[in-house]
Design a protein around this ligand. Sequence first.
Ligand code: MLC
Ligand code: AMP
Length: 468
Amino acid sequence: MALLSRLAETADDRPGAVRVGERSLSWVELRRAATAVADDLRGASRVAVPATASLETVVGVVGGLLAGAAVVPVPPDAGPLERDHILRDSGAQLLLAPPGTPDVDAGADAPPLVPLNLARRSDTRHPEPDPAATALILYTSGTTGAPKGAVLSRRAIAACLDGLADAWAWTPDDVLAHGLPLFHVHGLVLGVLGPLRVGSRLRHVGRPHPERYAAAGASMYFGVPTIWSRIAAQPAAARALRGARLLVSGSAALPEPVFAALAGLTGHRPLERYGMTETLVTVSARADGPRRPGTVGVPLPGVHTRVVDEHGDPLPADAMGELQVRGGTLFDGYLNRPDADAATRTADGWFRTGDVATVDPDGAHRIVGRAATDLISSGGYRIGAGEVEDALLAHPGVREAAVVGTPHPDLGQQVTAYVVGDGVAETELIDFVARHLSAHKRPRQVRLVGALPRNAMGKVQKSRLTEA
Ligand code: MLC
Ligand code: AMP
């Protein structure tokens, strides 16, 4: 079966099947426009797409997938540091972008640009690539250093989407709405490739403002907890979702008060699911099963989970330990990083998520937190403290920097930086990081301090930073 099976097969040419912002294409128009892109890629095995929330991104990604290339989405606001790393590390041979896309054609070493023109059409039949072929390389933060490229096969994506269709009773009758970024698993894999495999219509609302969710008239809505919390704070917008079938939350823990407020205003208990860039979605509540606040459900078909202690020994129900997963949705490894890859796998083939979890006696999983404090979860984005520290240290006015996640009512955690500097202003450092990395990685707060607390070995003691 083709990865984008519904898109590949359908003869449905009714307008408006796939909408992003104000513009839309029918199924047939999307297939023919993406096929025209695929025709241009002759021989390229890796192509980068600046992943703005636009119809061009959808057509570019689908064109790459139809051609059998690995697609590398580039966060559109990534500064030169992050963008150059992604382009160089991925070995992308072409950039698919609308002509004149800011910043893209400016890079000195940027690969040649293939212009995306939504008006073109083609009916070439591109053979379906091997399911083992790479579909996407998604860049994701670790605790230190530059982001790593997670290599995701077509087979893993198909397994995840089929598992979700089963768990959520997701069918062509659904209309999916969301306003998530198109360079991560949530917005791109679930939020774009999902509808193209299942055959449900898509309404991408641009930015995830509550009033846009309210106006979308969809049956399924996707959001990160920050989006759901903003919707719950606007009762009129929340009430407009009463006619929906499923409200799905993921990418971070949904606070219980937000769960309760949404249930009260919309009449729907939100459905939570858990995933990672490296594993795709592995655990989810089911449409026909219980939805309890604080729980993320049960493993998808074909996925196995276990909770282990610090020696790697499996723990019984209710005990807290590291969550490990295996199954058909897992990635093939980090690109160019066998060292990092080996560190994520156990000798007997399980993937170490780094998340601390418990499993109830009835099988419901609870994500308690992360084992590593250097991974920050802000607005549903995973942000590596080390990458932000490296960006800060590149500023001539910064002598030392330590970055931590601190509680934030809207974002879950915010990026907070402690800096020993030479006459540099806080706002200047925030803007400096926003210019060099994706803007969501910028510190929301910079605290200028005289010294960082260190232990006898000279290592920064981050826990002591937030004590004061
Ligand atoms: C702000 N901006 C700046 C800036 N300050 N730009 C330059 N310099 C500065 N100093 C700009 C931003 O670029 C952006 O522009 C705008 O201001 C607001 O950005 P923001 O601060 O990030 O917005 P905010 O409202 O705080 O974002 C909240 C949010 C966002 C929830 C909308 O965090 C979000 O979209 N989260 C989703 C994350 C996600 O999809 N995660 C899934 C990972 S996959 P502009 O132009 O953009 O408006 C995964 C697997 C799984 O986890 O299980 O799902
Ligand atoms: P990323 O790789 O950016 O997709 O981030 C993955 C991380 O997001 C996971 O390791 C978890 O820490 C977190 N996460 C995803 N979904 C949930 C959820 N439903 N509840 C709690 N944490 C989640």
